[in-house]
Design a protein around this ligand. Sequence first.
Ligand code: MG
Length: 347
Amino acid sequence: MLHGAGGTVMHELVKNYVVKYFGDSATKAEVPLEALDDAAVVGGIVLKSDSHAVKPIFFPGGDIGRLAVSGTVNDIAVLGAEPYALTCGFVLEEGLTLKDFERILASMQQTCREAGVNIVTGDTKVVEKGNLGGCIINTSGIGRRTIALEKNLAIVRQHRHNFDSCWILDSNLKEGDKIILSGTIGDHGLAVLSAQEGLSFGSDIKSDVKPLNRLIQRLLNEVGGIVTMKDPTRGGLADALNEFSEKSRLGILIHENKISVREDVRAACEMLGLDPLEVGNEGKIIIGVVKEEAEKLLELLKTTQEGKDAEIIGETTADFKGVAMQTIVGGKRIIARPVGDPVPRIC
Ligand code: MG
């Protein structure tokens, strides 16, 4: 199960097996498989595929259908592209009721409307009863460049003359860039865990699952200066920041007092011995932005529903490698890449 939990074990599996066989796409793709970014770019089109196996299929704040649309939309959106068409492959488990299937379809329709995308082709299979948990959904999607992305890159080049990337990539960070987190962390993972274990935590922790493409296009269009973005899903903030740090070959220093965690999520994490930094999210983004635009970007984010709890949580540095956190009590703690997300089948 750890092989599917984000973190070091999954990264090793992907690098040592999948990339070993398919990792020669650099000659054909502008952003190839071996970049291991959120999506690929080929022939000017952003392309992404994502399978969703969350268990249970309905959880507080969302369901597998909303997750399947949001997950693929967000992975395309964080490269700076606008997603416009999705495919949808269902693997249904014998015994899933038509009522539940229809509930999932209606949720996907609603989420597609929020994101402004359409499902244009797909496939449906049924397998014998086993451990599927009702169904698995694969969504793939395509996205294209927008004027907002061009405007954003023009702002980056005003501050950094040698910037030559055409997309928002994990490897684009330079020393001095600011790191912004769009809101509270751990909500999705704890909501799924509460549904898996039948725990209530005496509160109403809900998943944050939602499509973020419209928000991202606004940020690119109205402020700009964004060089990198990621949705911190499996493995949480800790895994995503380590991806940035590794691919950009820079240290990242974050500040614990700037990281928002809901009180009930923090209490539940403490009770269960989980680190909220390693728990997955489905409606948050981490943004790397040139320092000159960071305050303006934060101001805009804070006016939005999705970004009302946003903060500048840290900055890049050449002083050390990896990710470190200035703690509230005054020390420094290394934030290693987690072995895997502590919550199984989170997405
Ligand atoms: Mg992603």
